[in-house]
Ligand binder design. Structure first.
Ligand code: GLA
Length: 722
């Protein structure tokens, strides 16, 4: 790995990948190449004139910014494509033109102040270059950060924009990344969805004009995960140049692909410009969230495994990062708000008998909360409902050999709450305008320090008052009526971002004050399932949809970027509460075991045979969870395009593997599936179901699956190197 500077070029590379930036004679930063490893000195920019463009050099009509690939394009300075940033000075000017100034190389990767980011544990893992550009007339300086990893095809980018003028200015746009690709046939995938239908694969051809996706909801959202895969047309799991861009951010985001008149493609990702306007006084700066770019020369699987390893080991933090996760029972779908201490203990008794390790008490334990109409913000235990204190309940759970966990929704406030009655000004709403409720609740104004202090004080009190070893941090509404009494008129455009900064500050304080607690993020399921949250919480409730068939889609889409260790997945009751579907218990187990595994149903109502089957699932998961958490991941059959779904994990040394297969929707006389495995050692022999087969046979010929005919039929194959 190195960052090499020669002949006005920065070559950012490792053994497999190159990223080349050129400083032009005119001091513009040009984005020369990004892809498989090359020798940087061999390439050059096309020298080709174009009609009706503006030339950016009076002495060279061929030199035009609207044709050249750029690193961090300005607006108005003769490039007519989307700019990477936009400012408005006190004179109303919008046309800066950044020129190269200097660079600095840093060993390792510096943290980003106030924002979550990928990190290194040792400086030898990565190298960072900071390139400074500036427009001295407009008084703006932009530092571009690039970190390249030695052993992984990862480049992390973000920028730092500083007002170096003597006046204030507004920043109206600040992208984390801008990339220009030459004309070609490209496609892209994004993960779209809705509540209970998150992270579905949507694959499209890149076409002329602007396309993309975004969130304006104040959270990364159910509808569009902050993740893009851009690739050569026809790429698949094993073939093609693939670029994954993942934004480490939990708020409004935007991803844009723009194919312009000469068919070049500009890709940008960053904070959404929607209602974004950030005031920078003299000397102040703005730091964009980090964009993590992963390159694979060999299709989607390699990109996936790069993201998985990076996010598992260099984004997630804390004691739980490298620990296998306890199998939990959550009472939400079992009881909803309607529980008593006796009921909870009945479920706990059944849970501990089958080997479950953690009891999670979901919504309804605080204030007067017996439905979703009140009490958010009143984080005081409801002793009457709990038949005692939380401390006593936790002790009861511990006596049964179970850890105890608790649900919170700390960013919300119910109009019917003591908190709202005392502090109506703490809710996000516009003065004298009736706010729009969602699930009967409003959002707390996390831009305010007093709100953040209150929440930290309340959570600290509850978490230190009982033996709580797990927290589910929920967030169940999007932001409307956005206005903060905390901000002057010309800073209201900062609200969305300041909210997220406030949230990150609270998360940092709470998670570091309680380092032993396992935190799981949630937002009505997967409404904020993004890398930003994973920095604070190593797992995320992937969806409120617990239906096993629906989970095949959700977990397949999510697997593109997020490792199984981060995916909360539970077995629930049938008929399923979201879809009414009845699926086999074995299928529900097989699907949910691909993540941080748990159950979410009333175990006390199940018969002996069901509990017996669950006990076996739990034993199997305990024996295999290490591999699920840390193995390389391969998608084998795509549920979006096939009637089956299959995937597998392979240990790093290729000595063990686990293969999962499910019939998603069958038909009579269905075809026989040959399941071609991936990632094995082709020269090794593996024992699979008592038989010995070579890695190369298993990968080239496959496993013949001839006993799967009915919906939900499923199999798990365990492979061990002989
Ligand atoms: C959200 C979560 C659920 C559950 C409920 C409780 O919908 O996603 O898992 O915790 O809130 O109100």
């Amino acid at each position: 790995m190195a960052i090499e500077i020669k002949n006005n070029r920065f070559h950012i590379y490792n053994n497999e990948m190159s990223y080349v930036i050129e400083i032009s004679e005119q001091d513009d930063l040009l984005n020369l190449y990004y892809g498989a490893r090359i020798d940087a000195e061999d390439i050059r920019l096309p020298k080709r004139g174009r009609n009706i463009v503006c030339n950016a050099d009076d002495n060279n009509v061929m030199y035009s910014l609207s044709v050249l690939p750029q690193e961090y394009p300005s607006s108005g300075a003769s490039d007519f494509r989307s700019p990477a940033y936009e400012i408005e000075t006190d004179k109303g000017l919008h046309t800066p033109e950044l020129k190269y100034k200097s660079y600095e190389i840093i060993e390792g990767k510096p943290p980003i102040k106030g924002l979550p980011a990928v990190y290194t544990e040792d400086d030898s893992e990565a190298q960072t270059i900071v390139i400074t550009t500036a427009d001295e007339i407009h008084g703006i300086e932009v530092k571009l950060y690039y970190t390249v990893f030695e052993n992984q095809n990862v480049i992390c980018r973000h920028s730092e924009i500083t007002n170096i003028s003597n006046q204030y200015m507004y920043l109206n746009n600040a992208q984390s990344v801008s990339l220009d690709f030459p004309a070609g046939d490209y496609e892209y995938i994004h993960l779209e969805g809705a509540w209970a239908r998150e992270k579905h694969i949507d694959r499209n051809a890149v076409h002329k004009g602007t396309q993309g996706f975004e969130s304006r909801r104040g959270a990364s959202g159910h509808a569009e995960n902050p993740f893009l895969m851009f690739f050569d047309k026809g790429s698949n799991e094993d073939y093609g140049n693939v670029y994954g861009i993942s934004l480490v951010y939990s708020g409004n985001h935007k991803f844009t692909l723009e194919q312009e008149m000469y068919e070049n493609v500009r890709i940008q990702a960053g904070i959404n410009q929607f209602n974004f306007r950030f005031k920078l006084n003299k000397g102040e700066n703005f730091i964009t969230p980090e964009a993590v770019m992963v390159y694979s020369q060999n299709g989607f699987a390699k990109m996936t495994n790069t993201f998985h390893k990076l996010y598992r080991t260099r984004l997630c933090r804390g004691k739980w990062r490298d620990k296998t996760r306890p199998i939990l029972i959550n009472n939400w779908e079992a009881t909803y708000f309607d529980f008593t201490k006796e009921k909870l203990l009945e479920i706990a008794d059944a849970a501990s008998k089958i080997g479950i390790e953690l009891f999670v008490l979901d919504d309804g334990w605080f204030g007067k909360r017996n439905n979703d109409e009140c009490s958010l913000g009143d984080w005081y235990e409801n002793k009457e409902k709990l038949g005692g204190t939380l401390r006593e309940l936790a002790e009861e759970m511990n006596k049964r050999g179970l850890k105890f966990g608790l649900w919170f929704e700390p960013e919300m406030i119910s109009p019917d709450s003591d908190l709202y009655r005392t502090h109506p000004d703490w809710a996000v709403s516009i003065p004298n305008v009736r706010p729009h409720l969602s699930r009967n609740q409003l959002v707390l104004d996390y831009t305010r320090a007093d709100v953040r202090e209150y929440i930290i004080e309340r959570l600290t009190d509850v978490l230190s008052g009982a033996n709580i070893e797990y927290v589910k941090w929920d967030m169940n509404r999007n932001m409307s009526d956005v206005y903060s009494l905390n901000l002057p008129a010309d800073r209201q455009g900062e609200f969305y971002h300041r909210y997220i900064l406030g949230l990150y500050e609270v998360l940092e304080k709470i998670t570091s004050a309680f380092p032993d607690i396992l935190f799981e993020g949630c937002a009505g399921g997967g409404g904020r399932n993004d890398p930003g949250m994973l920095y604070y919480m190593p797992q995320n409730w992937a969806s409120d949809d617990t239906d096993a068939t629906e989970r095949l889609y959700i977990q397949y889409g999510g697997s593109m970027v997020y490792p199984a260790s981060t995916v909360g997945a539970h077995v629930s009751a049938v008929p399923n509460h979201q879809t009414g579907r009845i699926s086999l218990l074995s299928m529900r187990g097989t699907v949910a075991m691909n993540g941080a595994f748990g159950y979410e149903l009333d175990l006390s109502k199940l018969d002996k045979s069901e509990l017996g089957e669950m006990k076996k699932q739990i034993e199997f998961y305990k024996n295999n969870r290490e591999l699920v958490m840390t193995g390389d991941y391969y998608r084998l059959l795509n549920p979006f395009t096939s009637r089956h779904s299959a995937w597998m994990y392979v240990s790093e040394d290729k000595s063990r593997a686990l293969v999962y297969y499910v019939v998603k929707d069958t038909r009579p006389e269905n075809e026989t599936v040959y399941l071609k495995l991936k990632g094995l050692d082709e020269n090794a022999k593996y024992i699979i179901n008592g038989e010995t087969k070579s890695g190369r046979t298993l990968m080239n010929y496959g496993i013949v699956v001839d006993k799967a005919e009915r919906d939900g039929d499923n199999m798990i194959f365990e492979l061990e190197k002989r």
